[in-house]
Design a protein around this ligand. Structure first.
Ligand SMILES: [Zn+2]
Length: 177
């Protein structure tokens, strides 16, 4: 598992390698999640997307879907599900804040030329929050049980549910009306 390898590099003090691997991992899983969630990614004729292109699309799509799930649970009067989605929403807000703040530590460690940055020579302890922020994002988007990415189920153009392959995660998006 990639996250374990990253942790090993961090523990060994190989900050640049750990930062590089985290970035590659994030590029892979956010690209995958963009597809599964049907997130909006800016079109690029040269197909040279960068991490930020996928990141913004995935986070805003997730936030919008969790809001739909919250509204649906509310419309059916399912209190515990409603609370669950409120919690997921708060968790994503927190992850987004940490990726913005701590995630900045990834770049200068991959590109050594940015020596003016305070992160350019950071220690494993300083890189850790960046790795954790991306790992938490991954965990929010992947099912623990079956290891699949959450994916959107649509009927025509309408989002009806968000689920993983084993259905341990299964958000109803359809409101009672
Ligand atoms: Zn699953």
């Amino acid at each position: 598992m990639e996250w374990e390898t990253i942790q090993e590099e961090l523990d060994a003090g190989n900050v640049s390698i750990a930062a590089h691997q985290t970035r590659r991992m994030a590029e892979w899983f956010l690209r995958e999640a963009s597809d599964c969630l049907n997130a909006k990614v800016p079109f690029k004729a040269n197909s040279r997307w960068i991490l930020g292109d996928f990141y913004q699309g995935v986070v805003s799509r997730y936030k919008s879907l969790v809001k739909d799930a919250k509204d649906a649970a509310n419309s059916w009067g399912i209190e515990d599900k409603f609370e669950h989605f409120v919690e997921l929403d708060g968790r994503m807000t927190d992850i987004n804040d940490r990726v913005s703040k701590d995630g900045a530590a990834l770049n200068p460690n991959v590109h050594w030329n940015e020596t003016e940055s305070e992160f350019a020579h950071c220690t494993p302890a300083e890189l850790k929050p960046a790795v954790k922020a991306y790992k938490d994002l991954y965990n929010a988007l992947w099912c623990d049980e079956c290891g699949s990415c959450l994916n959107i189920v649509q009927e025509g153009q309408t989002d009806v549910s968000m689920r993983c392959n084993c259905s341990t995660i299964n958000w109803n998006l359809r409101k009672d009306n």
